[in-house]
Each structure stands twice: as structure tokens, then as C-alpha cells.
Design a binder for this molecule. Structure first.
Ligand code: ADP
Ligand code: MG
Length: 187
């Protein structure tokens, strides 16, 4: 199957989730994410929309724990980081973005949305390559969130695709580097 076909199939499944399921699964993911949230200081985190794994609770927790929180903003076909603020405006996709200027962050964790992932850390997004470009230019710890049905054993990937370090689902925490070792059949 091509990236396009897998993306379409998984999106249909995600659209069928009820809001109860979205809340329950997102809560489970938030729970397993908490130790990591407490361990680091700077976070670049997506603002969830539609049936994506919800991040509102995570963002609230980060703010309460005095972490530095940055959200993505899209301009001229690129995403960049903007400091979190309650003053938000919808972008062309209908996603809330904080009003604010581009800011350079270093030493940070990126919490990344995905449509499909595999255990080696390959990721399929909406097909615009926004995160591939951002992550290529911004070295960080890459943590992707998804539901279990979005996690595959192996998906196609291209040269420009940036790999995730960790994947968190409602039932699993995957270290993509360890998963790579397994794929090489280490004794
Ligand atoms: P997604 O990661 O959102 O699923 P793709 O990986 O299919 O999307 O990438 C979509 C488009 O973005 C591709 O045409 C690809 O060439 C382009 N792209 C991705 N990363 C880069 C990059 N670093 N520089 C230039 N173009 C890129
Ligand atoms: Mg890509």
C-alpha cells in the first residue's frame, strides 16, 4: 500500500471514534506521558483538533507545572514555534494557534501528532511534510501520540521523513530505537 492509501484508511477509522473514546484514550496517553512531562522543561506540543489524540489536558498540566510551552503556527507553508497563550486564532485548517511571534527553542521535547506510525518511528502525517521540515531544522526529543489502530509494524518511508524517538498509545510506550534493534535480530 502507498502512504496515501494507508493515510486514507486510518483517517476513516479515526473519524469513527466517539468523543468518549477520544477522551478515554487521550487520558490513558496523558497518564503514561506524565513522568516525561515532569522530567523536561521545554515543550513544543500540537494543539489537537478533530479526533486527534487530545492535548488540552497535557498542555494544562505543563502550564500548571511551570514548564515552557510552545505551540505550532503555520505560515508560508512552514510550521514554527510560538509561545503558548490563551489568545488564539484559527488557522486555515481550523486549528487554534496562539497570537505571537516565531521563537527559537533549544533543548526541547516535541509532542507530535500522526495519522500512521510504525514501531521503527516512521511517521505519516497529513501529507504536507510540515513536521519533517520543522524536525529537520530543530533537534529535539520526538514523541508521537496515536491510538493503537494507528500503529503498524512497517509503513513506507522516504528520504525526507524524520523518525520519531518514542511513540505513546493508550496501551503501549514504544522506544523506536529499541524496536530498531529488534528488527536487526540482535541475539
Ligand atoms: P507527511 O510527512 O505529512 O505525511 P510527506 O512525508 O509525504 O508528508 O511529505 C509531503 C511533501 O513534503 C513531499 O512532497 C516532500 O517532498 C515534502 N517535504 C518533506 N520534507 C521536506 C524537506 N525537508 N524539504 C523539502 N520538502 C520536503
Ligand atoms: Mg513525512
Amino acid at each position: 500500500m502507498t502512504k496515501q492509501q494507508i493515510r486514507k484508511q486510518v483517517l476513516i477509522k479515526r473519524e469513527q471514534l466517539t468523543s468518549k473514546e477520544v477522551s478515554l484514550f487521550s487520558y490513558k496517553i496523558f497518564n503514561s506521558l506524565t513522568p516525561l512531562l515532569l522530567q523536561y522543561k521545554n515543550f513544543f506540543i500540537y494543539n489537537s483538533f478533530k479526533n486527534e489524540v487530545e492535548t488540552k489536558q497535557i498542555i494544562k498540566f505543563l502550564i500548571q507545572n511551570k514548564k515552557n510551552v510552545y505551540l505550532p503556527k503555520i505560515k508560508n507553508g512552514k510550521i514554527f514555534a510560538v509561545k503558548f497563550s490563551n489568545d488564539m486564532k484559527k488557522n486555515n485548517y481550523g486549528i487554534d494557534e496562539p497570537n505571537g511571534e516565531k521563537i527559537e527553542i533549544s533543548n526541547f521535547v516535541s509532542i507530535i501528532p500522526a495519522i500512521v506510525l510504525d514501531k521503527q518511528g516512521n511517521r505519516i502525517g497529513f501529507g504536507k511534510g510540515y513536521y519533517d521540515r520543522f524536525l529537520k531544522e530543530n533537534e529535539c526529543l520526538k514523541v508521537a501520540l496515536c491510538y493503537d489502530f494507528q500503529l503498524f509494524d512497517k509503513i513506507p518511508s522516504e528520504e525526507h521523513d524524520v523518525k520519531m524517538d518514542y511513540i505513546i498509545t493508550p496501551t503501549r510506550l514504544i522506544n523506536c530505537h529499541l524496536s530498531l534493534n529488534k528488527a536487526f535480530n540482535c541475539p
